[in-house]
Design a binder for this molecule. Structure first.
Ligand SMILES: C[S@@+](CC[C@H](N)C(=O)[O-])C[C@H]1O[C@@H](n2cnc3c(N)ncnc32)[C@H](O)[C@@H]1O
Length: 357
C-alpha cells in the first residue's frame, strides 16, 4: 500500500475466489461477498506480523482468508450458521486449517469467549439487501429500518472496541447506498458512528471496473463502482488537559454542578498519572440543570452528541434514557480537543467519584 488515497481493485486470482459450488448453495449467490485481494493490503499495513485479525461480519470468509494468506491469525463472527460452516469448507479446499467462526453476533458473546485481536477488518452488511437466507435475531440484513440498521452496527462496533488491542485499527469497508429513489449515506453515517467509538484516522476510496452506460440527462444515478475503507483506531487521542481543567473551573463559577471522576480526576490529583482521553462528569439527571450546562457548552462551540447522534436543545432527557451519557466535544483550529462525557445514568459499577473543588 502506498500513500494514494484510492486503490484500484485488481481481479481476484481464481484460486482465491469462492468456489462455484459454494456460490451455488449460497442464498445470495455470493453477491455481497468481497474480494481477498481487496483485504490483503489492509492486513499487511494495519496488522503487525504474527498479529490477529477479527471480522465481525465474516460472510464466506474472504477477510479471514486474506489474513491467513498474509501470515496472520484470523477469526470471525457470522450470524448465518450456513455461511459460517461454509467458511471451513472454503479453507479446506485450499488445504488450510479452518479458522474459528462464531455463528453469532459478536455483541451477544460473553467477554471470555472473544479472544483479543489487533485488527478488525470487515465489509459491513448493507441495509436494504434482499436477504433470502434465514433471518435470525441480530441478522442486520433483516433490519426493518435504516435507524435500526445503524443501531445494530453500533452494537457490533461497540463490542469490537471493547476487545480490540489498544492502538489497534478498526477498518470498515462500506458504500453509500441507493434505496428506492434516494441515496442513503451509509458510509458517511458509519464514519460518524466509528468516530464516536474510535479516533477516525483516514479514508481510502476503492474503485473497481464496472460497465458504464452514458448518463441520461437529469438522472443522478452512477454505476456505484467505488466504496470506502474507513480507517479508525483505538487510540488515546491527545486532549488539551489544561484547557479542560480551566473550562471545568469556569463552568463551576457559572453555578453548574457536577462531579469529576475517573481518569481526569486522577490526573488532577496526580499529573504524573496516565493521560486521560476525556473528562468524565457525573451530572444529576435533571433536565433543566443538565440542559443549562449543555447550552453553556454549545455557546462555547461544543458539539453535543449521544452515541454519535446529535443532541438538540432544549434537552428532552426522556428521549435519551438508557444511553447513559452525552459527549460534548470541541476541536479548535490547531486540532486541540476538549472532550467531556456528561454521565447522567450509571453505566456500570463506578468504584468512587472524586470531587473537583
Ligand atoms: C457483506 S457480507 C460480508 C462478506 C465477507 N466480507 C466476505 O467477503 O466473505 C456481511 C455478512 O454479515 C452477516 N451479518 C449480518 N448481521 C450480522 C451480525 N449481527 N453479526 C454477524 N454477522 C452478521 C451477513 O449474514 C453477511 O454474511
Amino acid at each position: 500500500m502506498d500513500e494514494r488515497s484510492w486503490l484500484h481493485l485488481e481481479p481476484e486470482p481464481a484460486e482465491h475466489a469462492v468456489p462455484a459450488d459454494l456460490i451455488a448453495r449460497d442464498p445470495m449467490a455470493g453477491r455481497d461477498i468481497g474480494w481477498v485481494t481487496q483485504m490483503r493490503p489492509f492486513v499487511r499495513q494495519f496488522c503487525p506480523p504474527g498479529g490477529r485479525v477479527f471480522d465481525p461480519f465474516a460472510g464466506l470468509g474472504s477477510t479471514l482468508l486474506a489474513a491467513r494468506l498474509e501470515g496472520r491469525d484470523a477469526f470471525g463472527c457470522e450470524i448465518d450458521a450456513a455461511r459460517a460452516a461454509q467458511i471451513g469448507e472454503r479453507f479446506a479446499r485450499l488445504g488450510l486449517a479452518s479458522p474459528t467462526v462464531f455463528a453469532a453476533s459478536c455483541d451477544t458473546l460473553a467477554d471470555s469467549v472473544l479472544p483479543p485481536f489487533d485488527l478488525c477488518l470487515a465489509n459491513v452488511p448493507y441495509f436494504g439487501c434482499r436477504w433470502v437466507g434465514e433471518t435470525v435475531p441480530g441478522q442486520l440484513y433483516g433490519s426493518a429500518s435504516y435507524e435500526a440498521h445503524l443501531n445494530g452496527l453500533r452494537d457490533v462496533f461497540h463490542r469490537v472496541r471493547g476487545t480490540l488491542a489498544d492502538d489497534g485499527f478498526c477498518i470498515a469497508m462500506v458504500q453509500n447506498l441507493r434505496v428506492g429513489e434516494r441515496m442513503l449515506p451509509l458510509a458517511f453515517d458509519l464514519a460518524r458512528l466509528l468516530g464516536s467509538l474510535f479516533t477516525l484516522q483516514e479514508e481510502r476510496v476503492i474503485v473497481y471496473d464496472r460497465p458504464a452506460r452514458a448518463a441520461t440527462p437529469l438522472d443522478a444515478r452512477s454505476n456505484r463502482s467505488h466504496e470506502y475503507a474507513l480507517i479508525a483506531r483505538k487510540h488515546r487521542e491527545r486532549v488539551d488537559l489544561l484547557a479542560t481543567a480551566a473550562l471545568l473551573q469556569a463552568l463551576r463559577a457559572e453555578g453548574h454542578r457536577f462531579i469529576v471522576f475517573g481518569s481526569f480526576a486522577r490526573w488532577l490529583r496526580d499529573p504524573a498519572s496516565a493521560r486521560p482521553a476525556d473528562a468524565d462528569l457525573q451530572v444529576a439527571p435533571d433536565e433543566a440543570a443538565l440542559g443549562a450546562l449543555m447550552r453553556s457548552l454549545a455557546l462555547r462551540g461544543f458539539s453535543l452528541r449521544c452515541w454519535g447522534d446529535p443532541v438538540h436543545l432544549p434537552l428532552k432527557l426522556d428521549a435519551w434514557r438508557g444511553r447513559h451519557y452525552f459527549r460534548a466535544e470541541r476541536i479548535d483550529r490547531e486540532g486541540a480537543v476538549i472532550r467531556l462525557d456528561l454521565c447522567f445514568e450509571p453505566s456500570g459499577p463506578e468504584a468512587s467519584f472524586d470531587v473537583l473543588n
